[in-house]
Structure formats: structure tokens, C-alpha cells
Write a new protein. Structure first.
Length: 541
């Protein structure tokens, strides 16, 4: 029973542990999902510059000139193409309040020393004459107006770069929405980018339809600085809701009041900041609202505004290089990520996310966390390939085989070959059939001659020998006893001349072994040949 009770206790503990872990795992967001967007997040500040001239003609006509800077709005924007095109909310860059009314109140209070609030409302003063002049100063402009206004809007953009840009760059409004919470499209004044452009954020095709879809929001609560990086937080989209009213947020665990949390972020500076889905890291909307009600307008409104402004969203070369580096970084191939992030910084030296990830990759390169180093060590330790000695042995065998074959071929070519002279039957100038002597008897065959001498090498400088082919009728062979003409034969230099009276000798007797050969080429000649049938050389020379 004790064992059974202990088992039940352990089982119950495991069930509680799993139940506690499941919501936490479901709520967990992937790390690094905002890396594609945060480099393109910018701080936007807009203010109006108003020049006012008050015509004071109560006494003598006096021109009272003043200049004022009136804040319009501030918030977060997102770069959507390398040329610097941006999207944000209209109320970040355009105020619904009347700037001229503000300037009129201020100039009257300063010049006439009357108490008029510095706000955007129309007021009255007790002095009837001053009040008349004040009402004529307010817009719209009339022929009897006492004030002349010149209002311009200056928009400054502070990119997410390191070191931070304290001046930023100017931008202008290309398209503003009629609603303050509608999207506005901005473009830089002049060139705000380098040779490769600015980092951009990818736009999603649609907003996730699923309830409690996990997302992230990003933006700046002030001008970017070393101690003020971008702010990133997580949220979840509630199902339903679109258009100008926006889509609300809801925590699926009901632990956090997400509309209130995001409304506070809007008031701190994330107004117009991107809302990023957690699958591909793409922008699905912009953050709107404030107070205790943070909401989102969807990507459909963004793409519509871009189309009306004729500003096309697209990715640039910096983004392509950065995505490759991020893939290696988040798969923990830190050794491969180091040169990839260095390439990104070559294209855009101020890239804050690439610089931070490069530092981390350099610290973890070659350590136990580096997957590339693990695979390299496993290949060496586990014999991932054939050992080196095997390649060396095979190479040695191949070299020996090649050397042996070369030696055999050289010896075969250098060995002397037997001189194959033409046979008597096919000798030039002779017939293959023997002639018949008068009387009808066939002469005995003549013994074969000694091997012909090898033809000497000719002088390359001499003129070439012309081979003349001649045809002669077949001559009958004569026996050694038949009379014949004297021929030139080779003899032993030390031999004595034979006795002409000795039997078997004489001018008309022929030695069976005596055979005439061409002195030029060594070819066998017939007994009556005057010229060599092979080379044409005279036989009597």
C-alpha cells in the first residue's frame, strides 16, 4: 500500500508539472523573430515652423514679426524600400490642430502683454479694440486681417544606426490619410541612404486570422542613443476587427491587460510602430491607439496607402545579405555567421543588429555551442571519411604503375628490330617464277644471300634520292655452271686471287654463293641488271 501511495503521489506531481508547463510553452515566442524588422525601425519627429507678422495699427503702423516652432507629433516609422520610403501614422506627421491660431495667441500675448493661453483655441480679451484686432488676426485670412502667416512642416527621421545620428535626415509627406490613425507615406528629402540603400522591413500578405495569434511590437521611446535602443514587446491579436477601428489585442492566459500595456507603449513613443508576426517576421500592421486602448491597423491599409502614393515596397541588397547571416546565426553556425555579418557591415556600417550578432558570433565561434565546430570535430573523431593514409597508398600505387608502364614502353622502343628484307619471290626486278633453261630442265635453286646490310643514314643536307620505278621482263635464272658476265662481288681483303687454271675457276664460272647487290641500298640484283630496281642506282659504279 505504501508503494501504491507513493506511486500516486509521484504521478500527481508529474501531472501538475506538465499542466503548469503547457501554458508557458504555448506562450513562448521564438527568439530573434524581430531581427528582420528592427533594423528598419526609425524615430520620426515632426514640428511646424510658423512665421507670423502682426500689423499693429492702433497708433502708428508697426510690423511685429515672430517665429515659432510648434511640435506636431512624434512616433515610430518603418522603412519599406532601400530608397528610404517609410510608413507611419498620419497624426505623427500631421496635426489636426490649427497652428496659426496658436501663433496668433502667442504673438498677441507677447506684444500686448495680455493673458492669452498658449494653446490652439480661439480666445477673447476684455479690451474691445485689442479683441477686435485679435479676432481679425485669427484665420482664415481676410482683407482686413491683422496677421500674416507662413507655416511649414519639418519632419526629421532618426535611423537605427550605430553610432546614433543626432541630426537625422529630413523627409516629406507623399500621402497622408484623412483619419489621424490612418497610414501616412514619407520619402526622404534628397539621398538619405548610402550606395546600397537602407535596411527595409518585409510586409506580410495578410493579417493572421487565428485568435490569440502571437505578435511583437517594436519602436523607439525617444531619439536612438547608445543607452536608448529600440523597445520590443510581445502581444496577441484578438480575432476580428479591421479597417480604421483596428484590431484589438488579448492575452490568451488573461494574465496581462495587453490593450492597456500597448496603449502605454503608444504614449511613450511606439505610435505607428510595426506589429510583427512570429512565423516569418513580417510586418502585419501598425500600432495605434493610446491610453488604455492599444490597437492595430492591418497591412491591407498600409499597402493601399503605398499604392496611392506610388511608393513600391521592396527589399534591397543589405536585406539579402542580412537574411543569410541571420540564418547561420540562429542555427548556431557561428563560425559561418562571422564573415556573413562582416559583409553586412561592409554594405551598411551602422547596422546595429548585425554588429551585435557579429560580436556574439565571434565569442561563440569554435566553442561547444558552435554547430559547425561540432560537426567538424565529429568528422575528425568519428572517421567521417577515409583516412589520409589510404589516399597516400592509392596515390603511390598509381605513380608506380605509371612509371613501370613508361619504362616498359621505352625499352620496347629502344630494342633493335630484325631487318625484314623482301623475299626473293617479291624482290623488285625479279619474277616470282623461275625461268627454264634450254632443254627443259629446271635449274637448282640458288642459295639465299646473307642478310642485307642496313641502309646507312643519309646526309640531311644532300639532295633527296629520286626513286624511279622501272619494269623489266622476267629474266631466266642461270646456274652456277652456265656462262655469264663478270660481276662485282665483295671479297675478303686478305684473300689471295684464285688460280685461273684451277678447276672450277675462271672468268666464266660463277660461285653459287656469289651474288650481286646494290652498293647504294644493298638490294639484291639480278645477274644482268644494270640498275637497281629499288633505288635506281647503276650496278656498275
Amino acid at each position: 500500500m505504501r508503494r501504491f501511495g507513493s506511486a500516486l503521489t509521484i504521478f500527481g506531481g508529474l501531472v501538475l508539472a506538465v499542466a503548469a508547463m503547457s501554458p508557458a510553452l504555448a506562450h513562448e515566442h521564438p527568439s530573434g523573430i524581430t531581427d528582420l524588422v528592427t533594423p528598419a525601425v526609425v524615430r520620426i519627429e515632426a514640428e511646424a515652423h510658423v512665421d507670423i507678422t502682426l500689423l499693429d495699427h492702433i497708433g502708428e503702423l508697426i510690423h511685429v514679426e515672430r517665429s515659432y516652432k510648434v511640435p506636431i507629433g512624434s512616433g515610430t516609422g518603418t522603412v519599406i524600400n532601400p530608397e528610404g520610403g517609410m510608413v507611419t501614422l498620419t497624426r505623427v506627421v500631421k496635426s489636426g490642430k490649427d497652428i496659426e491660431v496658436y501663433a496668433a495667441n502667442k504673438v498677441f500675448a507677447e506684444h500686448y502683454k495680455v493673458k492669452i493661453p498658449d494653446d490652439f483655441e480661439r480666445h477673447t480679451v476684455k479690451n474691445d479694440q485689442l479683441n477686435h484686432h485679435l479676432q481679425e488676426c485669427y484665420p482664415p485670412k481676410q482683407p482686413t486681417a491683422t496677421c500674416i502667416f507662413d507655416v511649414t512642416t519639418e519632419i526629421r527621421v532618426f535611423p537605427n544606426i550605430s553610432p546614433p545620428d543626432k541630426e537625422g535626415f529630413k523627409a516629406e509627406i507623399v500621402r497622408a490619410d484623412s483619419s489621424p490613425d490612418g497610414p501616412a507615406v514619407l520619402v526622404p528629402v534628397g539621398r538619405a541612404d548610402g550606395g546600397a540603400g537602407l535596411p527595409t522591413a518585409p510586409l506580410a500578405a495578410a493579417v493572421p486570422d487565428k485568435d490569440a495569434s502571437p505578435v511583437a511590437v517594436a519602436g523607439f521611446t525617444g531619439r536612438p542613443a547608445v543607452n536608448l535602443p529600440e523597445t520590443v514587446d510581445i502581444a496577441h491579436l484578438r480575432a476580428g476587427g479591421a479597417g480604421e477601428n483596428g484590431r484589438q489585442f488579448r492575452d490568451p492566459q488573461n494574465k496581462v491587460n495587453e490593450p492597456e500595456k500597448l496603449g502605454a507603449l503608444v504614449d511613450r513613443g511606439l505610435l505607428g510602430g510595426p506589429v510583427i508576426e512570429d512565423k516569418k517576421g513580417e510586418v502585419v500592421g501598425l500600432l495605434v491607439g493610446g491610453g488604455k486602448d492599444g490597437r492595430m491597423i492591418g497591412v491591407r491599409e498600409i499597402t493601399k496607402a503605398l499604392a496611392e502614393a506610388k511608393v513600391a515596397p521592396r527589399r534591397g541588397p543589405i536585406d539579402a545579405a542580412f537574411e543569410q547571416a541571420l540564418t547561420r546565426f540562429h542555427t548556431k553556425y557561428y563560425g559561418d555567421a562571422v564573415p556573413a555579418f562582416q559583409h553586412v557591415l561592409d554594405l551598411y556600417p551602422g547596422h546595429t543588429v548585425a554588429a551585435a550578432h557579429l560580436k556574439t558570433s565571434q565569442q561563440k565561434r569554435g566553442t561547444a555551442e558552435d554547430e559547425g565546430a561540432k560537426k567538424a570535430d565529429a568528422a575528425v573523431d568519428g572517421g567521417g571519411g577515409p583516412p589520409l593514409w589510404m589516399f597516400l597508398a592509392v596515390g603511390g600505387v598509381l605513380v608506380a604503375a605509371v612509371v613501370t608502364a613508361a619504362l616498359l614502353l621505352w625499352r620496347r622502343r629502344s630494342s633493335p628490330e630484325p631487318a625484314a628484307g623482301p623475299s626473293a619471290a617479291t624482290r623488285p626486278g625479279e619474277s616470282s617464277t623461275g625461268g627454264t633453261r634450254p632443254g627443259g630442265d629446271t635449274p637448282p635453286p640458288v642459295p639465299g644471300p646473307p642478310p642485307p646490310l642496313r641502309r646507312p643514314l643519309r646526309d640531311e643536307g644532300a639532295s633527296p634520292t629520286v626513286v624511279v620505278g622501272r619494269s623489266f621482263p622476267a629474266l631466266p635464272k642461270v646456274s652456277s655452271t652456265s656462262p655469264g658476265q663478270p660481276v662485282l662481288v665483295a671479297r675478303d681483303p686478305g684473300a689471295k686471287p684464285a688460280d685461273p687454271t684451277a678447276p672450277g675457276t675462271g672468268a666464266r664460272s660463277a660461285d653459287p654463293a656469289a651474288q650481286k647487290y646494290c652498293t647504294a641500298c644493298g638490294m639484291r640484283l639480278g645477274p644482268v641488271h644494270r640498275f637497281c630496281g629499288y633505288c635506281g642506282h647503276p650496278s656498275e659504279t
